[in-house]
Ligand binder design. Structure first.
Ligand code: G4P
Length: 547
């Protein structure tokens, strides 16, 4: 390529490819792709809605999805489908804010909790952790943060519900540090809580944002007082300000100062306090995501790492969702763009199938309008309709043979044995489970002994969805029964003899997954631990890479 001296800069920029390259780089730089990790009820839905409202992407509260009404506990097919139909539309929300394009990926919770929830996190560049300040760190947050840690994803933390009686803020930070093993750098600090919640003190800007309750008010609609020593504050809240000064001194002494590099490498999280329902603190969160969270970064693939600003398009599928209409077996594959520019109608190579496909009827996800977006860049998500020929982990590229790595399967926590009422349908059962397994709807294990199959999932709704889909799409009436298995681990070793000894000696607890990988099915935590101790030459894995 031509060296650019001050004289020929314009010539270089005029060349079509330099223009394209510059444009791609610009688009990549202004993108932020993140997901929210939280335990059910911490306020994810509320915060999502406020983020969209604040950015002007939606005008009315209540648009994101019905909260309680959307929580279903029945196995009714239509209910599930309806719910999933809604979540197709809201599973990726793209909006613009301060000249940035933000892709917010939904991480399904409640009964929708499934492996998808985990895998979505492999497609984001940062995550927003929402914690209910009255409850502290909860179970689902721990699991999701573990997944983020696999790629050292930067995390922004929001301590929500400060308008309620909460736990002591210092204690909350301690808990995050000790349970989640991540350094906390408080950026805002709460003044009081519950009925006496007065606002937050911004530790970096040295200013106080006064809290005002009200669901309908716009974010940022609060008074700011400069300086913690401002005499006005002492007049307004004589009690609270003394307390605040003491706490701030403690915080300065005992906790970490925000450090961008540490945040970007996933070892430190900036912490904000606020109240999502009152739209208080949402602007700070958005600013942190824009100013601090990373733009799309390089992703690992076989052969080489792929840079987002490369000119040629590439991406991978991280989630597959069945369509609303059970009569059609249409699915939408969610693809994260990793490099280049997607143009509607372009031809790309589907690497696993070794085939060219034309991406014409692609779904995009602008939260503000139904307009069909014609182009997409690294960090964006596009939906590819297909008839079951796509799998989780599939890579697409404009020619080059590379497969993205790091799209894992997670060891399930819940297990069912599957039987069929009509033995003549065995073939359909296997075919159905094979396809549903490839889609990532459920994991299928075939024990070395016996003919029953074992299904594994991380969320209980996965079993209900699979049962209804087997019936509706494959005509198989399957019976799911409880199983004595409590966890699974994929087993590997360089020592072939040890592996085959293991397989024969522990046959009743050994199975192969749908992709033919050896797995150990443990009946309890103790059983797993003892087995690991007894077989030191084997490695037991809680995740496995897409093959
Ligand atoms: P989720 O998606 O994480 O499950 O949580 P969601 O936003 O649905 O919020 C769970 C509950 O917490 C909701 O109340 C919501 O109104 C409430 N909430 C969210 N943010 C705040 C906050 O800042 N302060 C207070 N006090 N409450 C908050 P709900 O009664 O379960 O549902 P709804 O009937 O209000 O919709």
């Amino acid at each position: 390529t031509a060296a650019s001296t001050p004289d020929n800069v314009d010539d270089v920029l005029d060349a079509p490819s330099a223009k394209t390259a510059a444009q791609i780089a610009r688009e990549v730089q202004r993108r932020r792709t993140f997901g929210i990790i939280s335990h059910p009820d911490a306020g994810k839905t509320t915060l999502t809605e406020k983020l969209l409202l604040f950015s002007g992407a939606i005008q009315l509260a209540g648009t994101v999805k019905g909260r309680k009404s959307g929580r279903h506990a029945t196995s009714d097919w239509m209910d599930i489908e309806k719910q999933r139909g809604i979540s197709v539309a809201s599973s990726v929300m793209q909006f613009e804010f301060r000249e940035h394009v933000i892709n917010l990926l939904d991480t399904p919770g409640h009964q929708d909790f499934s492996e998808d929830t985990y895998r979505v996190l492999t497609a984001v560049d940062s995550a927003l952790m929402v914690i209910d300040a009255a409850k502290g760190v909860e179970e689902q947050t721990i699991k999701l943060l573990d997944v983020c840690r696999m790629r050292a994803t930067p995390i922004v933390t929001f301590m929500n519900k400060m308008d309620r009686e909460t736990r002591d803020p210092l204690e909350l930070l301690d808990e995050v540090e000790s349970v989640l093993k991540i350094e906390c750098a408080p950026v805002t600090w709460p003044i009081g809580m519950g009925k006496n919640f007065r606002g937050v003190y911004h530790l970096i800007k040295d200013e106080i944002m006064l809290f005002k309750a009200g669901e309908e008010k716009a974010d940022g609609d609060y008074e700011i007082i400069k300086g913690i020593d401002n005499p006005r504050l002492a007049e307004m809240f004589p009690m609270e300000i003394e307390q605040l000064k003491m706490e701030v001194e403690l915080v300065h002494g005992a906790s970490h100062v925000f450090d961008l590099e540490r945040f970007l490498s996933g070892v430190q999280t900036p912490v904000f306090f606020g109240s999502a329902i009152n739209n208080f603190g949402v602007r700070e969160i958005l600013s942190a995501l824009i100013d601090w969270a990373p733009a799309p970064r390089e992703r690992d693939a076989t052969v080489r790492a792929v840079k987002p600003e490369e000119e040629r398009f590439s991406g991978f599928v991280f989630k597959i969702q069945a369509n609303m209409d059970p009569a059609h077996r249409d699915r939408i594959a969610f693809l994260r763009v990793c490099s280049g520019r997607f143009d509607k109608g372009m031809k790309v190579r589907h690497l696993r199938l070794g085939r060219e496909v034309k991406l014409s009827s692609v779904v995009t996800f602008m939260a503000s309008s139904r307009e069909q977006v014609e182009e997409a860049y690294a960090g964006d998500i596009i939906g590819l309709p297909n008839h079951g020929n796509m799998q989780i982990g599939d890579s697409f590229s404009e020619g080059e043979l590379l497969t993205f790595t790091g799209i894992p399967y997670f060891a399930p926590d819940l297990f069912r044995t599957v039987r069929i009422r009509n033995p003549l349908k065995t073939k359909q059962l296997h075919k159905g489970l094979q396809q549903l397994g490839e889609e990532g709807a459920v994991q299928v294990f075939k024990p070395v002994i016996g003919s029953d199959l074992i299904l594994g999932a991380v969320g209980v709704l996965q079993f209900e969805v699979v049962a209804s889909r087997l019936l509706n799409e494959y005509g198989v009436d399957a019976v799911f029964e409880g199983s004595s298995i409590s966890s699974a681990r994929w087993v590997s070793s360089d020592d072939k003899k040890a592996l085959s000894d293991f397989e024969s000696q522990l046959a009743p607890q050994v199975a192969y997954d749908a992709a033919g990988n050896l797995a150990f099915l443990a009946t309890s935590g103790v059983n797993l631990r003892l087995t690991q101790e007894r077989w030191p030459k084997l490695q037991f894995h809680a995740t496995r890479e897409h093959a």
